[in-house]
Design a protein around this ligand. Structure first.
Ligand code: SAH
Length: 213
């Protein structure tokens, strides 16, 4: 399947609806207007790809709702060249958004089937994150730390200490925290020891899988 003018038209309407819902970062809106979301989804859902909804992907996971992708990316305040760590590659769609914004993206996925899927799909569509890792996001990715931005796309029961420690000074961590529903939290690291915390509303994510080993 390819991208078509019909899909482009649907994307334009999606972007308009995100703008109406309060997304103001024009670079984020432009990226969403360019990325063929239908090519990151299971073929049974492609006709719904430009609705502002989450949909099932493999391994009982979901591709996040476009509004959530836009909201988290806007909160992250991405600039070209920044080093970004994403936890929860999933379909690879959010990874594509960060890559298109010019960031150097490192992304971790816990489910092997999704790791393989996103690896294949991102390369097929010519999005080039720096690294796609099969592993546990609770531990972050210490080898390439510190990160200017860290984005968690699954609901965490608590804020992983490893992620706070891998954030650069001045860096931003966006993470939904909670069990049934999640509160969107933003941490800004103001010094080695200090983090400023802000709350940005309630969302619903699939749970972040904890490694029990
Ligand atoms: N950004 C993705 C969101 C997928 S849902 C998208 O838009 O498609 C969240 C993803 O986080 C799932 O793919 C899930 O398998 C993954 N995940 C859950 N726990 C994780 C962990 N501990 N480390 C890395 N990824 C994890």
């Amino acid at each position: 399947m390819l991208d078509s003018t019909k899909h482009q038209g649907m994307r334009k309407r999606l972007v308009d609806s995100l703008r109406n819902k309060g997304i103001t970062d024009e670079r984020v809106l432009k990226a969403i207007g360019q990325i063929p979301r239908h090519l990151f989804m299971d073929s049974s859902f492609v006709s719904h790809a430009y609705e502002d909804k989450a949909f099932p992907i493999a391994a009982g996971q979901t591709i996040s709702q476009p509004y959530t992708v836009a909201f988290q990316t806007q909160l992250l305040e991405v600039s070209p060249g920044q080093r970004i760590l994403e936890i929860g590659t999933g379909s690879g769609y959010q990874t594509a958004v960060l890559t298109l914004l010019g960031a150097e993206v490192y992304t971790i996925e816990r489910q092997h089937s999704l790791y393989r899927y996103s690896l294949k799909q991102l390369s097929k569509l010519n999005y080039s994150p720096k690294k796609i890792v099969f592993g546990d996001g609770y531990k972050g990715l210490p080898d390439n730390a510190p990160y200017d931005r860290i984005l968690v796309t699954a609901g965490a029961s608590e804020v992983p200490k490893a992620l706070l420690s891998q954030l650069a000074i001045g860096g931003r961590l966006v993470i939904p925290v909670g069990v049934e529903t999640q509160e969107m939290l933003l941490f800004v690291r103001t010094s080695t020891q200090k983090f400023e915390k802000q709350k940005h509303g309630s969302f619903k994510f699939v749970p972040m899988l904890e490694d029990k080993n």
